[in-house]
Ligand binder design. Structure first.
Ligand code: ADP
Ligand code: MG
Length: 255
């Protein structure tokens, strides 16, 4: 594996997320193979690669939706907790946005963003409501607060899902193909919210096929194939001069 060429602006600061020799199997399938990865505070890492290469699995290990067989993962220098209240707190600190929006269908948009704050972070409802309204404004769906998810477009629902994750004050946000289920005309409104989040300094791991986003927002592109990080580089270097045959082949198919 190659070292990241990205300069750490604060070399003294420990990386926010560290994966060290992480391995995972699904039966005979070695889905994550000795993954080493350090993600710095404020860094935007875009994860690309062919279908089945382990991108989703890698993301899901970072908030412990998936367990690992060996290796270590730390957040802010501490190993990920295995269970209980600590695990619930971890899930709050590691926000995740999926392809499907996963909003509670029978709750209003506002309530979707209020709920976890009250239940997990034990925030007073009045304060949680204020935070929720601010976040819904920030992602451009403030006017939809009292509607139900089904009354919103896919792009609006995904922006609510982002607001809901942000309400937990995460240290890092994971996005797993957040625009893949959207009609094309709604992709940009979601990417724009993500760009803004990146510009505001959020640490982000983004699995996406949107190479425009990768080029414009990523600090680093990781290319995965067969459970390994095959190559990583700045977006400029990766897209103009991929080094591995796997990456060249992948890019020739999608660009
Ligand atoms: P990607 O997101 O890059 O498409 P995934 O991480 O979803 O890849 O999957 C990597 C591999 O692991 C694929 O071969 C997939 O079929 C397999 N896989 C994913 N989840 C499971 C599971 N829960 N049980 C068994 N195999 C799985
Ligand atoms: Mg996937």
């Amino acid at each position: 594996m190659t070292e990241s060429p990205v300069e750490d602006s604060t070399p003294a600061a420990a990386p926010l997320v560290v994966l060290s020799k992480v391995n995972k199997h699904y039966g005979a399938l070695h889905v994550l193979q000795d993954i080493n990865l350090e993600i710095n505070q404020g860094e935007v890492v875009v994860l690309i690669g062919p279908s089945g290469s382990g991108k989703s699995t890698l993301c899901r290990t970072i908030n412990r939706l998936e367990t690992i067989d060996s290796g270590t993962i730390t957040l802010s220098g501490r190993p990920l907790p295995a269970e209980g209240r600590e695990l619930a707190r971890l899930r709050a600190e590691v926000g995740m946005v999926f392809q499907g929006f996963n909003l509670f269908a029978h709750k209003t948009v506002l309530e979707n963003v209020v709920l976890a704050q009250v239940k997990v972070r034990k925030v007073l409802r009045s304060h949680a409501t204020k935070t929720a309204r601010e976040l819904l404004e920030r992602v451009g769906v403030g006017a939809q607060a009292d509607k139900y998810p089904a009354q919103l477009s896919g792009g609006q629902q995904q922006r609510v899902a982002i607001a809901r994750a942000l309400a937990m004050k995460p240290k890092v946000m994971l996005f797993d193909e957040p625009t893949s289920a959207l009609d094309p005309e709604m992709v940009n409104e979601v990417l724009e919210v993500m760009r803004q989040l990146a510009a505001d300094g959020m640490t982000m791991v983004v699995v996406t096929h949107e190479m425009g986003f990768a080029r414009s927002a990523a600090n680093r592109v990781l290319f995965m194939a067969d459970g390994k990080i095959v190559e990583q580089n700045t977006p400029e270097a990766f897209f103009t001069a991929p080094r591995s045959d796997r990456a060249k082949d992948f890019l020739s198919k999608i660009l």
